[in-house]
Write a protein that binds this ligand. Structure first.
Ligand code: NG1
Length: 415
C-alpha cells in the first residue's frame, strides 16, 4: 500500500535537508447537492473525500515562504508581504493565504512541500484544499491559535483575493467534515450538521474530460452568476419590502410565499448599473465584488439564476430528509433534478458533463449531476454497491475518465 505521508516526509527531507515539523492533510470535496447556493447564503451538502493534498512544513526566520509541489508549478518563493492577484496560478492561493495570516508571527518564514492524490484539473476543490492545507500548516508552525472554522473563513477570504467570489462551502467542508457523513452547511447564521450517509449508498465521481480551472472565462462566468444572484436578491427584496441597506441575499427571500411568482417577473438580464438606477441606490454598495473586479455595465442573467438557486435550496432540504430516511431513490431523483436545473436555468453544464451524467444513469446510477462550479470538471453519481463497477466503466467510456468511487472522509487533520 502506498503511504502518502511517509513519501511526503521523505521527499521533504530530500528537498530541504531536514524532516518536516508539521504535516497536514486537507481533503478534496464533492458537493452532493446545493450547487451555486453558498454565495446566496443558502444551504449546501458536500462531503470531504478520501483523496487529499498533504502539506509538510518547517519554520524559518527569514520572513520568506518557499513552496514546492509535484502537483503545482512552478516552485514559489514569496515574502510575507506578498499580495494575491488574479491569474497567478497556485502562487495566488499562497499569497492570499499569507495576506490573511499577516498578523500571525510577523517576520517568520516557512518551507513547504505539497503532495497529493487529488486531481488538480478542477471540480474536486484542489484550490481550496491547497489554501486550507497551507493555512493550517502555517498556523500550526507559527502557533497562530486558529481553530478549523477560523481557518476556513480566512481561506475563503484568501481565495476571494485571487478574483473568485467564492461562497465558502469548499473551505468549510474541508475544515469541518466528519467521516461517513455529508455536512449540511447553512451560512446565515453559520451552522453545520453532519448528515450520516446510508450504509448502502455509494458515490462515484467522473471527470467530464474538460478542466474547470478558475481562470479567465470561467472566473468571469462564475462571477457573473454571483452578481446575477445579488441583483435578483435586491429586486425581490424591494418587491417584498425588505430593507435594501442591508445588501440582501437570496437567503432573505427564500421561502416567502410570493417569491415563486415574483421570480418569474424578474428581468431576464440586467446590469448592476440598471438595477441601481431603477431602485435609486448606489451601484457600489449594491453588488460589489470583494476585489471590485466586476464591470457594473455588464448585463448578467437574473431570472434564471434566481430560479435555479431558490429551487436548489429546496432540494437540499429534501435531499437531507431523503438521506436521513434512507430513501436512496428519492435522493437520486433530486440529483437528477439538480442537474436539469443547472443545465437549463443556471447554464453551467457542458455537453461533456451532460454526457457523462447520462452514461452513469444508463449504467444503473440512482441519479447523477455535475458537482462544483460546472463549466467542466466532475460529475457525481449516487448508486447501490452492485452498480458501481458498471458506472465507472460507462463514465470512463463516455469521456476518457478518470472515474472512481469516493468515500465521505474526515476534514482537515494535523498528522
Ligand atoms: P468549485 O469551483 O467547484 O471548487 C465553486 C465555489 C463554491 C461554490 C461552487 C458552486 C470556489 C473556491 N468555490 O466550487 O464556493 O460556489 O462553485 O456551488 O470558488
Amino acid at each position: 500500500m502506498p503511504d502518502p505521508v511517509a513519501d511526503l516526509r521523505q521527499a521533504f527531507e530530500a528537498a530541504y535537508g531536514e524532516p518536516p515539523a508539521v504535516v497536514v492533510r486537507a481533503p478534496g470535496r464533492v458537493n452532493l447537492i446545493g450547487e451555486h447556493t453558498d454565495y446566496s447564503y443558502l444551504p449546501v451538502m458536500p462531503i470531504a473525500i478520501d483523496r487529499a493534498l498533504y502539506v509538510a512544513a518547517n519554520a524559518t526566520d527569514d520572513g520568506m515562504v518557499e513552496a514546492r509541489s509535484a502537483a503545482f508549478e512552478p516552485p514559489a518563493q514569496l515574502s510575507r508581504d506578498a499580495e494575491a492577484e488574479p491569474g497567478q496560478g497556485w502562487h495566488g492561493y499562497l499569497a492570499g493565504a499569507l495576506q490573511e495570516l499577516r498578523n500571525i508571527a510577523p517576520g517568520r518564514g516557512a518551507r513547504l512541500l505539497v503532495h497529493g492524490d487529488l486531481p488538480a484539473e478542477g471540480g474536486l476543490s484542489s484550490s481550496s484544499a491547497l489554501t486550507v492545507g497551507v493555512m493550517a500548516a502555517l498556523n500550526a508552525l507559527w502557533s497562530g491559535g486558529l481553530e478549523p472554522l477560523a481557518i476556513a473563513r480566512k481561506a475563503a477570504a484568501a481565495e476571494r483575493r485571487t478574483g473568485v467570489e467564492t461562497g465558502g462551502m469548499d473551505q468549510a467542508v474541508i475544515a469541518l467534515a466528519v467521516p461517513g457523513a455529508a455536512l449540511r452547511i447553512d451560512f446565515a447564521p453559520f451552522e453545520t450538521r453532519p448528515v450520516p450517509l446510508p450504509e448502502e449508498l455509494r458515490l462515484v465521481v467522473a471527470s467530464s474530460g474538460e478542466p474547470a480551472a478558475k481562470s479567465g472565462e470561467m472566473r468571469d462566468a462564475y462571477n457573473q452568476r454571483v452578481i446575477g444572484a445579488r441583483l435578483a436578491a435586491v429586486l425581490l427584496a424591494d418587491q417584498i419590502g425588505i430593507e435594501l441597506e442591508e445588501r440582501p441575499r437570496l437567503r432573505d427571500v427564500w421561502g416567502i410565499d410570493v417569491v415563486d411568482v415574483l421570480v418569474d417577473e424578474l428581468p431576464e438580464q440586467a446590469s448592476v448599473k440598471e438595477v441601481a438606477r431603477s431602485l435609486g441606490v448606489d451601484a457600489g454598495q449594491l453588488a460589489r465584488l470583494g476585489n471590485g473586479l466586476f464591470d457594473a455595465q455588464v448585463r448578467v442573467p437574473v431570472r434564471r439564476t434566481a430560479r435555479h438557486i431558490l429551487s436548489e435550496a429546496n432540494r437540499v432540504d429534501e435531499a437531507e430528509a431523503a438521506l436521513r430516511e434512507g430513501d436512496l431513490k428519492r435522493f437520486g431523483k433530486l440529483l437528477n433534478e439538480s442537474h436539469d436545473s443547472l443545465r437549463n436555468d443556471f447554464r453551467c453544464s457542458t455537453p461533456a458533463l451532460d454526457k457523462v451524467c447520462a452514461a452513469m444513469r444508463r449504467a444503473g446510477a440512482l441519479g447523477a449531476r455535475l458537482t462544483g462550479a460546472g463549466f467542466g470538471g466532475f460529475a457525481v453519481a449516487a448508486a447501490r454497491a452492485d452498480a458501481v463497477a458498471a458506472i465507472i466503466e460507462a463514465a470512463e467510456k463516455a469521456t476518457g475518465g478518470p472515474a472512481f468511487e469516493v468515500r465521505a472522509s474526515a476534514g482537515l487533520e494535523l498528522l
